[in-house]
Design a binder for this molecule. Structure first.
Ligand SMILES: Cc1cc2nc3c(=O)[nH]c(=O)nc-3n(C[C@H](O)[C@H](O)[C@H](O)COP(=O)(O)OP(=O)(O)OC[C@H]3O[C@@H](n4cnc5c(N)ncnc54)[C@H](O)[C@@H]3O)c2cc1C
Length: 363
């Protein structure tokens, strides 16, 4: 079966592949700019995902501008600790928010529906572009079930393992995995316990970073980042103070993982296709910024479409992600090196520098 255009004769201006937070935000942005938008997403219902769930202040502002106000727990800053030393930085102005991914999805999906975003369940398996001279061309998304949707632009918002990125030739060749696999992965789980801090706590365990994010008045999320095979329970047990706090807390979700986190790209645009969010390239979750960056990219991609200046998108993407790419790459390299042990003590000894780094990643 094929369904060109919108099925009902309507021209789809923006096809969004992936109904995660960034895909939904892109579609909301499109509608707020008067463009028709279709989201294609294989999963139904409320979507969950492995995430640290710390929404940085800049992301809270982006969400509010979209009319999206998820319920969560205020985050006043970020602390680094290693059992002996603690560095703490409180955000200079606005607060961040700890938000369950299911709640973030609910809030975004409701807003998208309110604005008339069309959502189709399906998995995109092929993308085709054609140029129409004066008309400017079109792009079509082919679904696994045989349906096809045609639109003016297509945004690949399909996450870390983006199919769109592969299909349009923007995936960088994967580097050979050495025998000693140092690629990083993440696992998260939630616990029923009243948060004991208003900060995202980053615990530097010997072999993993363990993030604690308050997500409501009665629940915290714990995310573990480390090499393949890192055990969630072992990482937790290696931080006695945290293990003690969670000892009697009931798990409220099952452990969920994601990775490898590092995803290199050759670019972010191919003709009428733009990559947005994790699909556009990702370094690591160590600085907890994916949502903030993805929301800014989604807004920018739609601005480029509205201004009919798609060629600007890649330059803007580089500008938006510059600090993230530089600082996160540096921090991951330090985390994998003998310098690892010095990270929390150095942050504690240099509070100004630590604060400046957290601020630059927060907005
Ligand atoms: C362990 C961990 C901790 C993290 N902690 C934080 C944090 O504290 N703060 C923060 O801001 N970020 C954090 N991140 C990063 C954050 O989770 C991501 O940046 C964010 O989810 C990106 O959203 P997205 O919409 O681009 O991708 P996703 O959330 O992955 O959504 C992609 C969607 O595309 C769909 N899809 C996939 N393939 C197709 C296809 N072929 N056709 C149609 N649809 C498709 C998927 O079903 C999915 O719903 C963390 C990540 C990890 C792994």
């Amino acid at each position: 079966m094929s369904e060109p255009g919108g099925g009902g004769g309507e021209v789809i201006e923006v096809i969004v592949v992936g109904g995660g937070p960034i895909g939904l935000a892109a579609a909301i942005n499109a509608r707020m700019n008067g463009l028709t938008a279709l989201v294609v997403e294989p999963r139904t219902g409320t979507i969950d995902k492995a995430c640290g769930e710390g929404v940085m202040p800049g992301a809270v502002t982006e969400l509010a501008a979209l009319g999206v106000h998820p319920r969560g727990r205020t985050i006043a800053g970020v602390s680094y600790q290693d059992g002996t030393r603690t560095a703490e930085h409180r955000f200079a102005s606005d607060a961040g928010l700890g938000v369950r991914r299911t709640e973030l999805h609910r809030a975004l999906a409701e807003r998208a529906a309110e604005l008339g975003v069309r959502v189709e369940q399906g998995k995109v398996e092929a993308v085709e572009q054609r140029s129409d001279g004066q008309q400017g061309g079109a792009v079509s998304a082919h679904l696994a079930d045989g349906r096809m949707f045609e639109g003016r632009w297509l945004l690949g918002c399909d996450g870390l393992h983006s199919t769109v990125r592969e299909l349009v030739g923007l995936a960088a060749r994967p580097r050979r995995v050495r025998r000693h696999d140092s690629r990083r992965f993440g696992i998260r789980q939630h616990f029923e316990v009243a948060p004991w801090a208003d900060l995202v706590e980053v615990h530097w365990a010997p072999n993993a970073e363990v993030y604690v994010t308050p997500v409501s008045d009665a629940e915290v999320g714990v995310a573990v980042l480390g090499r393949r095979g890192t055990s969630f329970d072992e990482a937790l047990a290696s931080i006695p103070a945290l293990a003690e706090r969670l000892r009697d807390a009931k798990p409220t979700s099952s452990a969920r993982g994601a990775g490898p986190l590092l995803q290199n790209t050759r670019g972010q645009r191919a003709g009428r296709v733009m990559l947005v969010g994790d699909a556009a390239g990702y370094v690591d979750a160590i600085t907890g910024e994916g949502i903030r960056l993805g929301l800014a990219e989604a807004r920018t991609a739609i601005e480029c479409i509205v201004a009919n200046r798609p060629e600007r998108y890649e330059r803007e993407w580089r500008r938006i992600t510059r600090d993230f790419r530089m600082l996160t790459t540096g921090l991951v390299a330090a985390a994998k090196s003998p310098l690892r042990k010095a990270i929390a003590p150095l942050a504690a000894r240099m509070p100004r520098l630590y604060g400046r780094i957290v601020e630059s990643l927060a907005r």
